[in-house]
Write a protein that binds this ligand. Structure first.
Ligand code: TRP
Length: 318
């Protein structure tokens, strides 16, 4: 299982960080659940604006990426039983543990606002996303590892305190757990530095051309000392299914302009069928509604059953 906040279009970092792994797992026979984390939108803003539109866009990105339309795709707000798991889960973690979470710390800095109780506790809510369906494997980007660690802690402590209910899930990282955005910072919907999966070929070209590079004319792959250039090289390599060192060597003296041309062509070619599929699904939003309704029904039954089991284990099913 995995999930995303419906705050805007998914980008290439999401695709190579987690979406591609979700599709691969599903094609390998895994039963996939995808959570549309609508309550989690409220961690860093007052209102979840244009939620219907963002949720539709998210589901379109999923289907475009190759996630099967028969997958359980479900929103927090459609799963009241999931939210009920939050309370016992909060009782299993200390305030100090919540305070230590580096991803939350970073998000607090980025959000430049007072820290809400939700911002502080959402990783425990995310544990409920993962555990309500007893999921075992969670394809995520590197920034989600602290949340996975907390989920594992919660699962273990619940089992120790009340008896075995939850599996202890594992994270699954991809070869590109972190792609940089056009400004050289982590690619992120909220930082305005991202190339959307559904972007047009022209928009892609414009964004790649605007990407930050460095002063060294000769292109090499060296993530530690040349993060911006290396992230572009990696992006091209991922699209070309090639090795980043080989891609860098091919460009070599071509410099940043040569590298960007390779990246633009590689991204546009790789994503052409994905973008075509997205447009086809977008023409009939009925499909999106049906996917969400079916997901809510299926996941609702699972979450209800888990909640009953949790309450029984806790001696609260009196
Ligand atoms: N916090 C994740 C993000 O910002 C989204 C998310 C919500 C998630 N629930 C999840 C990821 C459960 C994995 C599993 O990208």
């Amino acid at each position: 299982m995995s999930g995303d906040r419906p705050t805007g279009p998914l980008h290439l970092g999401h695709y190579f960080g987690t979406l591609q792994n979700r599709v691969r797992l599903q094609q390998g026979g895994a039963e996939l659940t995808v959570l549309v984390a609508d309550y989690q939108v409220l961690t860093d803003r007052d209102v979840a604006a244009n939620l219907g539109e963002h949720v539709d866009g998210l589901v379109l990105d999923y289907l475009a990426a190759g996630i099967d339309p028969g997958t359980t795709i479900v929103a927090h707000s459609a799963l009241p039983a999931l939210n009920q798991l939050l309370l016992p889960f909060l009782s299993l973690v200390s305030v100090a543990e919540l305070e230590r979470n580096p991803t939350v710390k970073d998000e607090i800095v980025q959000s430049r606002r007072a820290v809400s109780g939700l911002m502080f506790t959402y990783p425990a809510h995310q544990a409920a996303d993962i555990l309500f369906g007893k999921s075992t494997l969670v394809p995520v980007g590197q920034d989600q590892l602290p949340h996975l660690e907390l989920t594992r802690t919660i699962a273990r402590r619940f089992n120790d305190r009340y008896g075995p209910v939850f599996p202890v899930p594992e994270a699954l990282l991809s070869a590109a757990p972190l792609l940089l955005g056009t400004d050289g910072q982590k690619m992120s919907k909220s930082r305005g530095n991202a190339i959307a999966i559904g972007a047009s070929a022209d928009e892609t070209a414009r964004l790649v051309r605007s990407a930050k590079t460095d002063a060294d004319r000769h292109i090499t792959y060296d993530p530690a000392t040349r993060p911006e250039v290396s992230s572009l090289v990696l992006l091209a390599a991922l699209c070309l299914d090639s090795d980043p060192v080989a891609v860098a060597a091919d460009v070599g003296p071509g410099g940043a302009a040569g590298l960007k041309k390779v990246v633009i062509d590689a991204v546009n070619e790789y994503f052409a069928p994905i973008r075509a599929r997205r447009a086809a699904y977008a023409a009939d939003r009925g499909v999106v509604r049906e996917v969400l309704a079916a997901g809510a029904a299926r996941a609702g039954a699972v979450a209800d059953a888990t909640l009953t089991q949790v309450r029984t284990a806790m001696g609260m099913a009196y």
